[in-house]
Design a protein around this ligand. Structure first.
Ligand code: MG
Length: 158
């Protein structure tokens, strides 16, 4: 379980990195609101990583910091970036579910309860990315529509 939690810690750090890469991409194409939104999202992923980090220590486990894989800072389109985000969250949900199954198999009640928060969080993460993708699809090739979304995303603070 300790090793699997360390792997999840790494995957949360990877998510933070992935969204920071998307933030850089949106910044480079002048969509500052999207850039802001993804920067806040990256911070949130860092918080997920720290939750797991602290939990490993609280349980007297050992921390292993695996290398964080490189991520793109360029995408073919805003839609491609948002779609990748949605896919990444779906993968993350599967990872959390597998971790939960393992905790149950091992009779590790504390980890089971610890993971409840993450299971709920993944519902929210998939929802916000699905909604964002829906908006981006609605905007299509119309820059004006994309700018309306951008102005909305500029307001995200946490
Ligand atoms: Mg996360």
């Amino acid at each position: 379980m300790n090793e699997e939690l360390n792997k999840q810690l790494n995957r949360e750090l990877y998510s933070a990195y992935l969204y920071l890469g998307m933030s850089a991409y949106f910044d480079s194409i002048g969509l500052k609101g999207f850039a802001n939104w993804f920067k806040v999202q990256a911070k949130e992923e860092l918080e997920h990583a720290m939750k797991i980090y602290n939990y490993i220590l609280d349980r007297g486990g050992r921390i292993t910091l695996h290398p964080v894989e490189a991520v793109p800072t360029e995408y073919p389109s805003p839609r491609a970036a948002v779609l990748r985000g949605l896919e990444a969250e779906r993968e993350q949900t599967q990872n959390i579910n597998r971790l939960y199954e393992l905790a149950r198999e091992e009779g590790d009640r504390a980890t089971e309860v610890f993971l409840h928060w993450f299971i709920e969080e993944q519902v929210e993460e998939e929802k916000i990315f699905s909604e964002l993708l829906q908006l981006v699809d609605m905007a299509g090739d119309k820059p004006q529509a994309l700018l309306v979304i951008d102005a909305r995303l500029a307001q995200r603070r946490e």
